[in-house]
Design a protein around this ligand. Sequence first.
Ligand code: ATP
Length: 347
Amino acid sequence: MPVGLSLRNVSHEFGTSRVLRDINFDVEPGELVCLLGPSGCGKTTALRIAAGLERLQTGTVLIHGEVVASAGQYLEPEKRGVGLVFQDYALFPHLDVAGNIGFGLRHMGSAQRRQAVINALERVGMADYLNAFPHQLSGGQQQRIALARALAPVPRVMLLDEPFSGLDVARRAELRDTTLHVLKNAGIATVMVTHDPEEAMYMADRIIVMNEGQVMQDGTPEDLYFHPENHFVASFFGEVNVFPSRVAGTVASTPLGDVVVENMPDGTKVDVLIRPEGLRIGSDGRDGDVLANIDAVRSLGGVSLMHLSIHNGPHVHARVPRPQAADKGGVVSITLDPEMTFVFPRD
Ligand code: ATP
């Protein structure tokens, strides 16, 4: 089976500013890939080029093996067979909800179309709004209709730009699951733009982390979390403790203990990154242990964030299961989980 969507060597400039630099990725049918990165890194531009909303300048875009954009070749967005949920790809204001969702189903008979519209509305929890007009709906409701409109024709490729951003927490969780279910069942190749690492971890089969128009890493959520290839990716999934150090033999020393280093010459300047969940907290400090004072404990529900100051050392943050979280003012010992500890050469 051909690849659902491919971007090959795509670069793009707005005026003199290069916003995409040689982007390459493939999305298989039934796969959901998230583009994740800080504001302005080029995520939306990459998606708009794939959709045909932005003219390709350099590179090639293929959908199911067919070139839809390359130098001198350009297929209109509506001819690409893609479902779009974009902020600026609004609902048709002069059509009611039924008309909006039915628009992409014009090839069906009217009874079949009506049923498909109702099914799509039920999926997004909007069955009572068949005859409402967009201006009568809240922003979040309009977004749900836009999602239903994109999903109803079961396109081969789906492109979603922050599709859940205007929704409350409960509705967002529900719509994420519904959307995943529909996309997976129908074997649709999907690219979703988000700047929320947790949303990407939850939904994606693969995550492409971007920065300044470049792909920093492309891998499964597990790969990116446990095997980040660089400082940027390691620190993108939540706050990390960072310690400048220098390689001595096979270790780099930090105030929290020595960390094993592989394949780096003696003397290399490095940053050691330790996730807050990589600090193991003990209550029975012994001689030789790293000890810290508890400055504050913040409950995040199931886990707690501890603000600690190492004796004769820096402040660090630890994320621990709730029962472990001791009280402010106490003293704890710290050991490190090597799986949550990363060493990168300093730029
Ligand atoms: P966000 O998360 O804030 O939406 P993004 O990663 O999606 O950001 P893009 O919207 O792709 O980023 O924008 C990348 C860069 O290109 C930004 O610096 C933006 O200001 C610029 N840019 C985007 N569209 C245009 C345009 N039509 N004309 C000029 N510059 C643009």
